[in-house]
Ligand binder design. Structure first.
Ligand SMILES: NC(=O)c1ccc[n+]([C@@H]2O[C@H](COP(=O)([O-])OP(=O)(O)OC[C@H]3O[C@@H](n4cnc5c(N)ncnc54)[C@H](OP(=O)(O)O)[C@@H]3O)[C@@H](O)[C@H]2O)c1
Length: 201
């Protein structure tokens, strides 16, 4: 797959590197310095390169949106036409100091993103890391398949949580994981898995 990384920070740099090493063609974009993007591409080996958000988007089969909520409009504007593109978003609708969700309960960041880019196919995924099990949800079956492949390629089990509006539940859940990871005493290297104890399924 050709994957465009929109936002090459903690999430974008790491996921992009793993996908490049798994054999995907990755374009890292959107950082404060081009040097950083070039370094990421060099270190990722494989078919990775640095580019502008527009270059990352043009030929992409899938885009990873991994910027702070306050940068979403800017990076989308730089990306240009995203019609028909699968956008996998891990971006949470956080306030400026990352202390709370600015959208919740009656909507979600993923749904608001889908409204901003109605011609794109938005899937919400990777927002719940650090974890061993990732949720993803979306309204477009083909894009969800793409997201599931990308989740498997970083070594996680994809769990289909349903339509995009389920991001209303996964986004606040992420704050629980962040609390355990960053406010607890045991550090952020934590994982969880979901078990079913009934006979069904
Ligand atoms: N980190 C996590 O564990 C985690 C977990 C779940 C969800 N999320 C969500 O994922 C999203 C990305 O998080 P992150 O931790 O990866 O963020 P981050 O490390 O801050 O990465 C954001 C990227 O955007 C770039 N950027 C910011 N402002 C820019 C500007 N004005 N011009 C050009 N580039 C700019 C940064 O450039 P530089 O590289 O030069 O700084 C960086 O590459 C957020 O919405 C966050 O809520 C994060």
């Amino acid at each position: 797959m050709r994957i465009g990384i929109l936002g090459s920070g903690l999430m974008g740099a790491k996921l992009g590197t793993i996908w490049a090493r798994a054999g995907h063609a990755v374009v890292f974009s959107y950082a404060h310095s081009e040097q950083k993007l070039k370094r990421l591409a060099r270190n990722a080996k494989g078919k990775a390169q640095a580019g502008t958000p527009r270059e990352a988007t043009q030929e992409a089969d899938a885009l990873l949106l991994a910027v702070h909520w306050s940068r979403v409009d800017d990076v989308l504007q730089q990306a240009g036409d995203v019609s028909g593109k699968t956008i996998v978003s891990c971006s949470l609708p956080m306030n400026a100091d990352d202390t709370g969700l600015v959208i919740a309960h009656t909507s979600s960041g993923a749904e608001e993103l889908a409204k901003k880019v109605p011609k794109a196919r938005v899937v919400s995924a990777f927002g719940t890391v650090p974890s061993e099990v990732l949720f993803y949800c979306g309204d477009d079956a083909r894009s969800k398949k793409t997201a599931a492949t990308l989740i498997r390629d970083v070594g996680f089990d994809p769990v289909d949580a349903g339509p995009l509006r389920i991001a209303r539940y996964t986004e606040p859940f992420t704050l629980l994981i962040a609390q355990l990871a960053y406010e607890g005493d045991a550090g952020p290297e934590l994982a969880y898995r979901f078990e079913r104890f009934g006979r069904k399924g």
